[in-house]
Write a protein that binds this ligand. Sequence first.
Ligand code: ATP
Ligand code: MG
Length: 389
Amino acid sequence: MTHLPAAILNDDALIRVLDALEARGARAWLVGGVVRNALLGEPVSDIDIATDAPPTEVSLLAEAAGLRAVPTGIDHGTVTLVADGRGFEVTTFRRDVETDGRHAVVAFSTDLAEDAARRDFTINALYADRAGRVLDPVGGLPDLAARRLRFVGEPEDRIREDYLRILRFFRFFAQYGREAQPRALAACAALRDGLARIAPERVGAEMRKLLAAPAPGAAIALMAQTGVLDLILPGARPDALQNLIAAENAAEAQPSWRRRLAALVPGDPTEALRLSRHESRHLARLREAARARWSLDEAGYRLTAPEALDHALLHRGIGLPVDWRARLDRAQASPLPLKASDLPGLSGPALGRALRAAESAWIASAFTLPAPALIDAALNADLNPKDTP
Ligand code: ATP
Ligand code: MG
């Protein structure tokens, strides 16, 4: 029998939640990501619990044990129990009554096997009891050992129930997979047009997680091969992503989904992925820097530190010197040592042009030009070019 590492269960808050749920004969299991990741030795973000107690009973059991119960998703059977300030999502066993390609009407169940059958992938349908004993109703353990991503049941049926599963397939493959179920790939290719039903924010959420995985290249290649990539991000360039990942590895840089997205998509993915203003702006700045082919010094001077780091890694083709990080730091710490008051007699557009000329000289000198030389550069600039108003 497979067991979870003991450390996962040596958790006072978790024990309080399980004690509460099992106080009157109901049963509760850890399920999904926590079991999968604990067995893989990967970090566990949050602990989801499945139970045979109906949601109203879950709330009563929690109150009886002095735990706060928040009905976070009561329609689909989820109550969040709060213990020691941490939330545990407790969801009653379910089976699907009706599906429409995204949302399901569910019925509550007392049957763990039924609950497992509606989960997406076999490695996500593992359960563990409070002693750490793992239950594997759909054969997920051998798949986990082989890092094989396989649908529970027939891939085509499961995708027609919920097209988001196409993206989840590639996302979990990027995070944990080495081997992809061939029937799953065929089903993703055949049914990819159903992705049109998925809201851009859900697409964005999955793509963020996918691109944040340490090595998403293989998943992106499979998305390209199945025609899924071009549907959600037209014109995407898997090769450019591979080049970036090689640069990240060589530089031992932390992965960043935003930087990887910038490599993958030449255009603006704001709409397709419903990016935030901040994310969208970051990418726009990177496109601007790429278009203008900013040098390391110029990028370090003009961009924020995270933007400059991304630009350097994305365009290391221009040649990253060994001390590139120090160069970026220096550029960041080198504002133009000149103010408008250093250029008396200039105002308006002429002053702006003079300051920009000084700035160019400052960057070109690698931030070494003394103030008098900068003033010279400013005053020698063509302050009244004929081609601009
Ligand atoms: P993560 O670490 O990314 O949170 P996770 O496995 O916890 O991974 P969630 O998206 O939080 O993933 O979902 C929790 C569990 O619920 C999954 O492991 C899976 O069993 C089930 N699940 C979630 N979404 C779906 C879906 N669209 N179809 C079927 N099962 C799903
Ligand atoms: Mg989760």
